[in-house]
Design a protein around this ligand. Structure first.
Ligand code: TRH
Length: 377
């Protein structure tokens, strides 16, 4: 019999919480024959990444997943075989009672945020709290064996490589988003939080001898782009040229299209958690705007990832990547850091593909979750 899974997603802000849980839910259905209910407290955020969502419906089927509006006033339901509280969200008390009432208690997991820090390996899979005899476990995604791995659909790298090998498919896709890329330009995408360091970067791109075509999906960074351009509020479809730099504002696209956008580009600036992982699967050089946390603990996460990510680069290329990522995340010094990174472009580019393949050889997160469940029963 198929195992039933309940995934709970409380949207804190932005799109990462729903981005990750929606991806996981679909993959559990498509590749592991699980029956999945995804409980989401903010269908508007969901609709942004999946326009098929009907925000008025309490219950709907999407890609084989039963999507449920997580109601403020919980109505009783039977608990599933596996219960995932994403990112430490608090389950409804009545649902926890239902877990405890099951003849056979469910496997209860807290799916945590992604980090490359060392302690993750030691805590992954450990027991956490108990509720009336139902044990909760920590499940940590990660980049090294011994962690929960990264979300990666089984055919993702094959589809990515096929698309990157098909120039016509890329052109059609980009045209569908609003226009063909500028000839001979370095094609880049920009998805980031507000960042005061953007000015220096755009200055460097505008002054470069090689043209750059920068694609910017609508979102939080747009205010900084607009200020640099010194124009009225920007929206999807707007295009501006400043010397070597062409900036094109894109609509916020469905999640599958965002993958294709990353695959088309020579360089991707991403943020948060899910786009950060998807840029790695694109096999192209990238820049991460990490989600800011209290007491700057995000900087430890940044450092831990960089230590892993850059370890096979030459000392010079490594220093250039470190300086670029640090400049972006401290919002200063981007012009010099960018010019310096360009000096090592061939190596940084080859490394991005190599890193992707290395990560792709490990067990993916959905498979690791299913295996954890099978070991547990
Ligand atoms: O939106 P985010 O900043 O989400 C963040 C992080 O997850 C962070 O860790 C978390 O604490 C915070 O939310 C609450 O960035 P992230 O994780 O990259 O999620 C963005 C999602 O949006 C991802 O699934 C890709 C998707 N997306 C689209 O579907 N279309 C688009 O056009 C773009 C730009 C993104």
């Amino acid at each position: 019999m198929k195992a039933s899974w309940d995934i709970f997603c409380s949207v804190v802000d932005n799109y990462g919480d729903i981005g990750v849980t929606w991806r996981l839910a679909r993959q559990l259905v498509a590749e592991h024959e699980c029956e999945v209910r995804l409980w989401v407290d903010d269908l508007r955020a969901f609709e942004k990444i999946c326009p098929q969502i009907d925000i008025r419906r309490e219950c709907q089927q999407q890609a084989g997943v039963e999507v449920r509006q997580w109601p403020e006033h919980w109505l009783p339901v039977a608990a599933a075989d596996v219960v995932i509280a994403a990112f430490a969200c608090q389950l409804p008390h009545a649902y926890m009672e239902a877990m405890a009432e099951r003849e056979r208690p469910p496997l209860w997991l807290n799916l945590d945020y992604l980090s490359a820090e060392d302690w993750i390996g030691g805590c992954h899979g450990l027991p956490s709290v108990k509720f009336h005899g139902v044990q909760k476990y920590f499940f940590f995604p990660g980049f090294v064996p011994g962690t929960g791995g990264l979300l990666r659909e089984s055919d993702l790298l094959r589809r990515r490589q096929a698309f990157q090998g098909d120039r016509q498919a890329q052109l059609e896709f980009l045209q569908g988003l609003g226009g063909a890329p500028v000839a001979d330009a370095r094609l880049m995408s920009l998805f980031a939080y507000e960042n005061a360091g953007l000015d220096g970067w755009l200055d460097a791109l505008a002054d470069d001898v090689r043209p750059t075509h920068l694609l910017v999906p609508e979102g939080r960074i747009l205010g900084d782009v607009q200020r640099w351009l010194d124009v009225a509020p920007l929206g999807a479809g707007d295009l501006a040229v400043r010397r070597s730099l062409t900036i094109q504002v894109l609509p916020f696209v469905p999640q599958e299209d965002y993958d294709r956008l990353l695959w088309c580009c020579d360089f991707n600036a991403v943020r948060g958690e899910d786009s950060f992982v998807r840029a790695q699967w694109a096999g192209r050089p990238m820049l991460w705007h990490i989600y800011r946390q209290d007491e700057d603990i995000h900087l430890d996460k940044l450092e831990a990832f960089l230590a892993l990510y850059t370890r096979s680069l030459s000392p010079e290329a490594r220093a250039a990547v470190l300086a670029l990522w640090q400049a972006w995340n401290t919002e200063s010094g981007m012009a010099q850091a960018w010019k310096n990174a360009l000096q090592h472009w061939p190596q940084i580019t080859a490394h991005a593909e190599q890193w992707c393949l290395e990560q792709g050889s490990q067990t993916d997160l959905a498979a690791a979750l299913v295996q954890f469940y099978l070991n547990w029963i």
